[in-house]
Design a protein around this ligand. Structure first.
Ligand SMILES: [Zn+2]
Ligand SMILES: [Zn+2]
Ligand SMILES: [Zn+2]
Length: 145
């Protein structure tokens, strides 16, 4: 399929879009993909107009856990290029855990962000809750009647 390149960013409508969200099917400029779109859909898969798939970590996007949105943790613990299995495929993202005294475990912080970690201690990947639900509904569908 050969979609014509959109002329405008779908959000601000006045910049040349350089990115395409595979899930939304919409075009975005860098400012909007990093700002508006990422805030609403942190795990969507993104590609450039040349068809090169990029990860949120390559755009400098980070998932901050343990504090309210936008708040910076004074004792951050970084995890780079953490694979997250989403409905649209695997995205790699830099995760910033809260390392404050009395903070929940990394497992709990991921669960809080609707991500199911691969292990309780030192998880190497996480699955988005939406993927878990759709697997469950497949089982339920095959189970009944
Ligand atoms: Zn824009
Ligand atoms: Zn999207
Ligand atoms: Zn903190």
């Amino acid at each position: 399929m050969s979609a014509a390149r959109a002329l405008n960013c779908s959000t601000c409508t006045n910049s040349t879009p350089d990115f395409l969200c595979e899930v939304c099917g919409a075009a975005f400029c860098l400012a909007c993909i990093v700002g508006t779109h990422h805030a609403a859909h942190p795990f969507h898969r993104i590609q450039t107009w040349t068809g090169y798939r990029i990860n949120p970590s390559q755009l400098g996007l980070r998932l901050r856990l343990g504090h309210n949105a936008g708040a910076q943790c004074p004792h951050p613990v970084f995890l780079q290029d953490f694979p997250i299995i989403t409905v649209g495929g695997v995205v790699r993202m830099d995760i910033v855990f809260c390392g404050c005294a009395g903070a929940p475990s990394q497992f709990e912080q991921l669960m809080e962000a609707s991500l199911l970690p691969s292990a309780v201690v030192n998880p190497v990947a996480a699955v988005e809750f939406g993927v878990v639900w759709s697997i469950n509904s497949i089982f339920l569908a095959n189970d009944g009647s």
